[in-house]
Design a protein around this ligand. Structure first.
Ligand code: GRF
Length: 210
């Protein structure tokens, strides 16, 4: 089976991108990251891509007359690189309906909590972990989910728990959650690379490995 051609979209530091690259290099992920895209010129993810010899593209919505023009330029790039799958890794812009339609069931996002709790617009970074602590939760975790229109609302593909400790701070919890993110994002993408995922409405069925 040919390796799945993936684009990673990231607005920030890119540690999940790094985990995906590492997994594809060491054989845990049968995907080729052919493009890293960012809406922010200074994103660490773009620097990681360049260092790894992966095509890195930056487009800023500010440089376009309309969102539609921005989306069209992005879709052009996806087609040029023959992208078959998109992994959002800390990408802070809403994905347009046009891209969602073009890649239905083929866009993943990772969220640093157990959705549907602690998700939605504005819930990113340390705000998520602080909200988990403020609520007094005993567990948090990671969700990898399919992307549909709306923030963090698509069906989960994999979820994993991370216990909350008595003396946790948002920083400490974030760092333990991030370690788990780095494990399960490659695992989730590998399920798609191996064509082991069947989507039945909101249910994502994972076929056992051969
Ligand atoms: C991660 O916590 C991810 O769950 C969230 O954004 C953060 C991105 O971190 N969507 P990084 O840029 O991959 O280091």
């Amino acid at each position: 089976m040919p390796a799945l051609k993936v684009a990673v979209f990231a607005s920030g530091r890119g540690s999940n991108l790094h985990a995906l690259i590492a997994a594809s290099k060491n054989g845990r992920l049968d995907a080729e990251i052919v493009l890293v895209f960012s809406d922010r010129e200074d994103a660490g993810a773009l620097a990681i891509a360049k260092k790894e010899g992966i095509s890195a593209k930056h487009l800023s919505p500010k440089d376009f007359n309309s969102t539609e023009d921005f989306d069209n330029a992005l879709i052009d790039a996806l087609h040029r690189f023959e992208v078959k799958f998109i992994a959002l890794a800390g990408y802070l812009r809403m994905i347009s309906p046009k891209i969602i339609r073009a890649y239905t069931g083929r866009i993943l996002n990772i969220h640093p909590a157990l959705l549907p709790s602690f998700g939605g617009k504005g819930m990113y970074g340390h705000r998520v972990h602080q909200a988990v602590l403020d609520y007094g939760c005993k567990v948090s975790g990671v969700t990898v989910h399919l992307v549909e229109e709306g923030y963090d609302t698509g069906p989960p593909v994999l979820q994993r728990c991370v216990p909350v400790l008595n003396d946790d701070t948002a920083e400490a919890l974030a760092s333990r959650v991030l370690e788990v993110e780095h494990q399960i994002y490659p695992e989730a993408l590998q399920l798609f690379a191996q064509r082991r995922v069947e989507i039945q409405g909101r249910k994502v069925i994972i076929e056992p490995s051969a």
